[in-house]
Design a protein around this ligand. Structure first.
Ligand code: 4AD
Ligand code: MG
Length: 465
């Protein structure tokens, strides 16, 4: 009969062979019979490995009995079937080498007990050691690879758009300024204004809120492109859905309209949900057990359901005529709040909704005006449990119509000359969207606060580590 092959920390070993594993101690348990059980993890996968250490080992008293959560070790021994409960295999240790003890186990911030998520957030440099953040990190990694795979399989080119920019894509004025000027001794023009010509780039610059405008230049030449990079927003939002620094996935497709962008969004989400369900089943099982019991079933449901398309106007009608009382009243023309989005997705439809055709006055300058003259070809994907995870639109490809919008919004055409060129030279219908990557991770894992799905969150008053 064949020798079983066992997977430990992403490496394959034959049962009965000599192995060496390197990792950190999660727990140590000593039996009365003079045996210690070490639970060791290395973070590469969810499952730890158990090492069984007998008192005969020469450094048993001097080292093994001093091991506590967080100590780093290299353990060598025979890989055997485990007679105990909770694990299939274990290592009968013949050598335990301690690489690093934990200085004072009593005060080690990540001791083996279960910590609150708020406590872990305050120790962002040590929280990767917890089961929770190991799982979040691996799921995040899987999702980002799945996104790249999805676009690569469809022949999209990945474009790196700039992080430092002069333009405010969303026009919300929520930009972090980038400057080398001396705040205490600002250069002034004769008129007394700050002289940005003396700044590093010779003009005012900011951290980008979106790579879209740059991505459009490439879609209008390579047809299907996407960006996946960090974006920044100086919005003073103290919510569980907003970060000042977050990652965004932004496909931009040419010869395409809003319906094409909506279909692409639906296909992409289903693709990445499938990937995480198959490739990170171990971590998803953990989330389903410890964080949100719907974590797996919700994704399975999403993968097999058709996303509902609904017009903004119909959504307003539903919200006005439902039994629920909202904190923010609803009428045609208002921007939807999270409570409205969640009602629609969770209670009214019970599935993700692609909400379309919003009033032009609450949307950005670049969105294509619809025939009614009142709405634009915009869409938001609203997911049950979180609300908006994607925002997108068909772009205005007609120069005259774009100029009219720029004028209406008091924007300077000079500033958008390069963007207007795309409409002057071989313009085509095109569309795209932005997926907030942390909102996706939060949705997938069920981890409620967006600050807990990014390694080092940046939010108002929070830029530690
Ligand atoms: O809806 P938004 O503002 O759309 C854009 O920026 C477009 N330029 C995208 C495009 O069409 N290429 O942002 C897109 C998504 C939102 O749906 C949300 O998921 C996420 O980005 N997002 C945030 N995520 C975390 N923290 C914040 N402060 C976010 N603001 C937006
Ligand atoms: Mg939006």
């Amino acid at each position: 009969s064949k020798t079983p092959i066992v997977d430990i920390f992403n490496s394959k070993f034959a049962l009965g062979s000599q192995v060496t594993v390197k990792g950190w101690i999660r727990t140590r348990r000593d039996s009365k019979a003079g045996i210690s059980f070490l639970n060791i993890y290395d973070g590469s996968c969810f499952d730890p490995i158990q090492a069984v250490v007998a008192a005969e080992l020469t450094n048993y008293t001097s080292d093994v009995l001093r091991l506590s959560a967080g100590c780093s070790v290299a353990v060598t021994g025979e890989l055997v079937e485990s007679p105990g409960k909770g694990q299939q295999f274990e290592i009968q240790a013949t050598k335990v080498e301690v690489l690093g003890f934990v200085e004072d186990p009593e005060t080690y911030p990540m001791s083996a007990k279960r910590h609150s998520i708020e406590y872990m957030r305050e120790h962002a440099h040590l929280r990767p050691r917890t089961n929770m953040f190991g799982a979040v990190t691996r799921v995040r990694n899987c999702l980002s690879h799945a996104i790249h795979n999805f676009f690569y399989e469809r022949g999209f080119n990945w474009i790196s758009t700039p992080i430092i920019t002069g333009s405010d894509c969303e026009g919300a004025g929520e930009m972090f300024q980038v400057s080398t000027l001396d705040l205490e001794n600002l250069p002034r023009t004769d008129a007394g204004k700050i002289d940005y010509k003396k700044d590093f780039f010779g003009k005012e610059t900011f951290l980008t809120v979106s790579g879209q405008l740059n991505a459009e230049t490439y879609a209008c030449a390579l047809t299907n492109v996407y960006t996946f990079g960090p974006t920044f927003r100086a919005e003073n939002s103290h919510t569980t859905r907003h970060l000042a620094e977050f990652w965004m996935v932004e496909p931009e497709i040419a010869f395409a309209d809003l319906a094409d962008a909506a279909q692409l969004a639906e296909d992409m989400l289903k693709y990445v949900f499938n990937a995480v369900l198959t490739e990170r089943a171990d971590d998803m099982a953990f989330f389903a057990q410890r964080v949100d019991k719907e974590a797996i079933t919700r994704l399975q449901k999403m993968v097999s359901s058709k996303f509902v398309r609904m017009d903004y106007t119909e959504a307003i009608d539903i919200l006005q005529n439902c039994d629920k009382t909202f904190e923010y009243p609803v009428e045609w023309g208002v921007d939807l709040q999270s409570e409205h989005e969640r009602y629609l997705a969770e209670e009214h439809v019970g599935a993700p909704i692609i909400l379309q055709n919003y009033p032009k006055d609450i949307k950005a300058f670049y969105m294509k005006l619809n025939g009614d003259g009142k709405t634009v070809a915009a869409m938001d994907v609203l997911a049950p449990g979180i609300g908006e995870i994607i925002g997108g639109s068909q772009r205005e490809e007609d120069l005259a119509a774009l100029d009219k919008r720029l004028d209406e919004m008091g924007l300077d055409k000079e500033d958008y000359s390069w963007y207007r060129d795309l409409r002057k030279y071989g313009t085509v219908p095109h569309a795209g969207f932005g997926l907030g990557f942390e909102r996706l991770v939060s949705y997938v894992t069920g981890v409620q606060n967006i600050r807990d799905v990014i390694a080092f969150p940046r939010a108002p008053g929070t830029a530690e580590f």
